[in-house]
Design a protein around this ligand. Structure first.
Ligand code: CAA
Length: 698
């Protein structure tokens, strides 16, 4: 299939690239683009070449699927150099999202015109790499080092007007007719006597070396703080700094060398896995035939932390919200929380007062559930107790119209059981938001036995409007995220009782790249929440299950973490965040003594091995039971909701990367100590025995 064609309109050649859906620069595009450029370069009658990609978007970057594979084709960097060195005027006519290699091609053209809604960027950093086709050299020449570094280190998309104001784009087109705009711009350039203008020769923004050095020194200092675990941001800065002191061709070679280092880093594998994993989450059976119903009015039951967070997420997406609370005092408290959150956003310059009042106007509250009769969707966020939830759903069943979707924000409870009290359970679904729900991206969409395809589709549409990352989960205790969390929490307490310090464990996990250690998370969420869950599960615990009581001892003292100023760490004015509570070690020692355990030393590696093994163990069971559709969905849950480092890909990808056989060998070793906790899941055995990994199931 031809992906690059060209037309000749008198003295102007128009190259049209077409590689749907986003015109990624695959090997075929590179081969044909180079051939076309070579062919046109010797056409004497042609004065200008216009590069376009008229479908959905101008080139959205290199074909990410090719990274890490041996691909036999010219590299993009060479093509960009070839384009820049042509002796005919080259115009790139942009629209959509010219990103990464797409913007690099555009920057190697001599002039750029863009449709009004175009957004440009060099987002390679988000994939663990750097712009490897001249981007680290050409972008600073167009917009200056400061803006170029900001764009390359954040990966942000810059709107056309801003790109125009800063020299990245030369002209904003009146509309998005990319071919016509490119041709008329080229014609204008020719008629007005403009000549070729290689970006590499533009030096006005990169000749003040003293000022640039200061910008780079600051960028390096910031990067050490902000991106301390990441590899590619440092290579991006290096490429800019070193390149400015080299002649252009050598700077390009240097960029290539630094690019290759990134390509070979495991972070590239992890981040690119995350990119595709986040795009796979909507590939689920229900969305094939399900039809989303229209949503405008939402009811939220409960004005606690979750209820207020969900209300804000709904209002931010433009939904009309009624919140139900038991009395005026609770309503006032919830409203104050919502109001102060938006005030803070106004004070931080994130929104105007007008925007705030428009959003707040979407909020109503009541103590009478009967006002919910006109709602399209209800999200219940009341106390985590089956009887309480059922009582709410019994009322909703009577009050709400038959089309209204009834959702529970439960984080553990059985959505099938909740659905039994509703006449038509096809409209019952779990929507498990994560706290703070107005900020956290993850939304587990829990599909119960009788949930209809239309209800699931509506939930996914809601997630899209709220800009959440939705992951489908089946029903089980804790769904995907909290079920895995429960497993490794228990495993962590085993380690603590055996001798590991909670603070050592947290340190190892932070070093691994987790946003927080396990005990920091417990303190943040509130120790009382886990305590309630343990009490709920106590009657079902097998008599031979190992149960560590350290967490209960902590809770019995009323130490629930941040909310009580004391937990595993101490909190309060003048106390540095995450200062260990010295009494924790005493409790641990008392408990070890009480159960007759002589504490042993744990190395960093053993702590990490046990943490990963527990996650992979439960992840494999979740897949075996078809609670999660694919391993990469589990990765998305963990990287978006539980602070697992994205650059490690997620727990399942990480297991693949270190070798599933090694993880299984660890589980088998731990199994010798505790046969009930570590009995290896069948799926894991099968994968390893067949020489496969989790990726083979994605
Ligand atoms: N390579 C391969 N496939 C890509 C791709 C790329 N660069 N960009 C997007 N796709 C695929 C997606 O995987 C998705 O495929 P499926 O439909 O099979 O799931 C499809 O294109 C559509 O993508 P989205 O669902 O993300 O569509 P969107 O409209 O929401 O967003 C986009 C479009 C803004 C381009 C977004 O896809 C995106 O940000 N893509 C990545 C852009 C990028 O990072 N470019 C830099 C690449 S690295 C590089 O260029 C290095 C270099 O220096 C040469």
């Amino acid at each position: 299939m031809t992906v690059v064609k060209h037309n000749i309109l008198n003295d102007i050649a128009v190259i049209e690239i077409s590689n749907p859906p986003v015109n990624a620069i695959s090997a075929a595009v590179r081969i044909e683009l180079l051939e076309t450029v070579n062919k046109l370069s010797v056409e004497k009658n042609i004065k200008a070449i216009v590069i376009t990609a008229p479908e959905r978007t101008f080139l959205a970057g290199a074909d990410i699927k090719e990274f890490g594979k041996d691909v036999d084709a010219p590299i993009l960097s060479e093509i960009c150099d070839k384009i820049e060195n042509l002796d005919k005027i080259v115009v790139a006519s942009l629209h959509g999202t010219p990103l990464g290699g797409g913007l690099e091609v555009a920057m190697s053209a001599h002039y750029r015109i863009a449709a009004p809604k175009t957004k440009v960027g060099l987002p390679e950093v988000l994939l663990g790499i750097l712009p490897g086709a001249g981007g680290t050299q050409r972008l600073p020449r167009l917009c200056g080092v400061s803006m170029a570094l900001d764009m390359m280190l954040t990966g942000k998309h810059v709107p056309a007007e801003e790109a125009f104001a800063n020299g990245i784009i030369d002209e904003i087109a009146p509309n998005d007719k990319t071919v016509e705009n490119g041709v008329s711009y080229a014609r204008k350039l020719i008629s007005e006597g403009f000549d070729v203008r290689p970006t590499s020769k533009i030096t006005s923004k990169v000749n003040n070396l003293e000022e640039i050095q200061e910008i780079i020194t600051n960028a390096k200092a910031n990067a050490l703080k902000k991106y301390k675990n990441l590899f590619s941001p440092h290579n991006i800065i290096k490429s800019v700094e070193e390149g400015l002191n080299l002649d252009f061709p050598t700077a390009i070679k240097n960029e290539r060398r630094l690019f290759k280092e990134c390509i070979e880093s495991p972070q590239r594998q992890g981040l690119i896995h995350s990119f595709f994993a986040e795009r796979a989450i909507t590939k689920i059976p229900e969305l094939k035939n399900g039809k989303p119903s229209e949503l405008k009015k939402i009811g939220i039951i409960g004005g606690g932390t979750m209820g207020t967070g969900i209300s804000m997420a709904a209002m931010n997406a433009g939904f009309d919200v009624i919140m139900i609370e038991q009395n005026q005092e609770a309503i006032k408290k919830a409203f104050d929380k919502i109001n102060s959150t938006y005030d803070r956003n106004v004070n931080l310059g994130r929104m105007t007062t007008d925007q705030k009042s428009q959003i707040i106007n979407l909020f109503k509250s009541d103590t009478d559930m009967n006002v919910l009769n006109d709602r399209d969707l209800i999200i219940e966020a009341v106390f985590e107790n089956m009887d309480v939830k059922k009582e709410v759903f019994i009322k909703l069943n009577k009050i709400c119209n038959q089309k209204c979707i009834l959702a529970s924000n439960t984080s553990y409870l059985d959505v099938n059981e909740i659905a039994t009290v509703v006449d038509n359970p096809d409209r019952v679904i779990g929507l498990h938001f994560f706290s703070p729900a107005n900020i956290m991206k993850l939304l587990e969409i829990v599909v119960a036995e009788n949930t209809s395809e239309n209800t699931v589709s509506t939930a996914f549409m809601l997630a899209k409007k709220m800009r959440k990352v939705p992951v489908r989960s089946g029903v089980c205790d804790g769904f995907i995220g909290n079920r895995i969390l429960s497993k490794y929490l228990v495993g962590t307490y085993h380690m603590v009782e055996d001798g590991a310090s909670p603070f050592h464990i947290d340190k190892v996990l932070r070093k691994f790249g987790c946003a927080m250690g396990v005990f920091q998370v417990i303190d943040l969420a509130g120790g009382d929440i886990g305590w309630a869950t343990r009490k709920r599960k106590a009657p079902f615990r097998h008599k031979d299950d190992r149960y560590v009581e350290i967490a209960d001892r902590v809770c019995e003292r009323g130490w629930f973490g941040q909310k009580t100023s004391k937990g595993y760490y101490l909190y309060g004015e003048g106390i540095e965040l995450f200062t260990p509570n010295p009494e924790i070690e005493i409790i641990c020692n008392e408990e070890r003594k009480r159960v007759g355990i002589t504490p042993k030393n744990f190395s960093d590696q053993e702590i990490l091995d046990r943490y990963i093994a527990a996650m992979v163990y439960e992840g494999a069971k979740i897949l075996q039971e078809k609670i999660a559709i694919r391993p990469s969905d589990i990765d998305v849950v963990y990287t978006n909701g539980y602070g697992f480092p994205k650059w490690r890909g997620g727990p399942m990808k990480y297991a693949d990367m270190i070798g599933l056989d090694k993880v299984l060998a660890n589980i088998e070793k731990f199994y010798q100590e505790d046969k009930r906790f570590w009995s290896p899941p069948q799926l894991l055995n099968d994968l390893v025995n067949n020489g496969k990994n989790f990726d083979s199931l994605n």
